[in-house]
Ligand binder design. Structure first.
Ligand SMILES: C[S@@+](CC[C@H](N)C(=O)[O-])C[C@H]1O[C@@H](n2cnc3c(N)ncnc32)[C@H](O)[C@@H]1O
Length: 431
């Protein structure tokens, strides 16, 4: 870096090594190659707008915003970059595509592929690619190809013969339209949205399909723009401030639901409990695949829905609609728990004339997850190109998510609860 003073560089290098120690201790860095990349690439040089300690904090650095303040580009949090690079299993000589650019992560990948490999980093936003074009040569990574394009329409000229050995997607994506651009045996790591829940998932391509084999990591990334931007299919129950979203599946009518929200709900108990600090994200993913009409429920805190306690704003409740009735997953505190963080029982609240039946239906699936799948570390996820498959249509196919370009199926191994292990590694806005 020509503009930095000697002290700044030595401070930066000290902070960088401290960050690496932290990422090793927390097991996000697991291989010597990823460790060496993190020790080498000067993260602060890609984030000149923030002070050195912020550049080396284990957090995102937001680099671009819309007028309303929404972040549209960032340098992702180091823990997540490390997890995703480990999952990508990049080797020297590999040809790698990074979707969503900025420069820093591309430089890490350039370290991993070495002089015999090649990195292409692609972004829809010319301001972001301009940054990458400036910062990469300044830090010694001029060999990285920077492309401005919508990832939904990958320019064929950027795809090497035989496909990329790895594709690392660093933007929240609803679909996986890059299967053809990946070599057989190649790795694709992406934060995939399934019914609004997003998970960073590592896949290997075999016989034209992607197969997951890594535990899922819950994460938040900036939103996909362009033709691959997802539609939340959000509907508002008239006059209530209650919103239901069908990000996958067919949206149902909400126009007749308002009366259901004026009467106290029925409560169906499950006798299934969860600790206050224990994630249950896999339960909601299970319910999203198992239940026709699944949606996610949010409520304005000041809306006209006296009988419904709003779920936390960033974690909409799992819900189903049945005609003019509705059920939603909730939990009730039943004690302090071993760790003092509370113990909660899953309950299902039913709203409307048939709300108790909808609640019973959802509760049965909570029980099925508990008895058959709660011990599973992660389900197996397969993505196949949609071409050649009949569209899902109005018929519900359990645990299949029909996307525009792929069909994603989620297979739940039978693992009884007593062998339960932690299922989710992180939850954070991290990219
Ligand atoms: C989290 S940032 C990328 C971070 C970067 N990989 C890093 O840490 O160095 C996500 C990027 O995805 C880009 N993006 C959003 N939609 C896109 C699309 N359709 N095609 C390509 N890039 C897109 C945004 O402009 C943004 O710069």
């Amino acid at each position: 870096m020509t503009t930095s003073s000697a002290t700044e560089v030595s401070d930066a290098s000290e902070l960088r090594h401290q960050l690496v120690e932290q990422l090793r201790a927390s097991n996000h860095i697991r291989s010597a190659a990823v460790e060496s990349a993190f020790r080498t690439v000067p993260r602060h040089a890609f984030a000149p707008e923030v002070p050195l300690p912020s550049a080396y904090a284990d957090d995102i650095v937001a680099t671009r915003h819309r007028d309303d303040g929404t972040t549209t580009s960032s340098i992702s949090a180091p823990w997540l970059q490390a997890d995703m690079l480990e999952a990508a299993r990049i080797q020297p000589g590999h040809r790698v595509l990074e979707i969503g650019s900025g420069g820093y992560n591309a430089a890490l990948i350039a370290e991993l592929v070495g002089p015999t490999g090649h990195v292409t980093t692609l972004d829809i936003d010319p301001v972001v690619t301009e940054r990458a074009v400036r910062f990469l040569p300044e830090t010694g990574y001029s060999q990285v190809s920077v492309v401005t394009a919508d990832a939904e329409h990958l320019p064929s000229k950027v795809v090497p013969e035989g496909g990329f050995d790895a594709i690392v997607v660093t933007v929240d994506t609803w679909d996986l339209p890059w299967i053809d651009a990946l070599a057989d045996g190649g790795r694709l790591v992406a934060p995939l949205r399934l019914h609004g829940y997003h998970w960073a998932i590592g896949f290997t391509k075999e016989k034209g399909a992607l197969h997951s084999d890594e535990p899922l990591v819950i994460c938040g990334f900036v939103a996909m723009q362009g033709d691959g931007a997802w539609n939340p299919n959000r509907r508002t129950v008239p006059g209530t401030g209650v919103h239901l979203s069908w990000e996958d599946g067919t949206p149902l009518s909400v126009d007749q639901l308002a009366p259901a929200l004026t009467r106290e709900p029925t409560v169906t108990r499950t006798n299934i409990t969860v600790g206050g600090q224990e994630p249950f994200d896999l339960l909601t993913l299970y319910l999203a695949g198992a239940l026709p009409g699944f949606c996610r429920l949010e409520a304005d805190p000041d809306g006209d829905h006296q009988v419904l306690n709003p779920p936390p704003p960033h974690w909409p409740a799992a819900a189903i609609v049945r005609g003019t009735s509705l059920a939603r997953l909730a939990h009730e505190r039943i004690g302090d728990g071993d760790d003092g963080k509370g113990r909660y029982e899953f309950v299902v609240q039913g709203y409307g004339d048939h709300g108790h039946l909808a609640a019973r239906e959802m509760a049965e699936h909570v029980e099925s997850w508990q008895h058959n799948h709660r011990g599973a570390r992660c389900p197996l996820i397969t993505a196949r190109p949609a071409a050649g498959h009949a569209p899902a249509g109005p018929v519900h196919e359990p645990h299949v998510f029909a996307k525009k370009r792929t069909r994603i199926s989620v297979d739940w191994p039978i693992v009884p609860v007593r062998t339960a292990r932690p299922t989710v590694l992180e939850r954070s806005e991290a990219g």
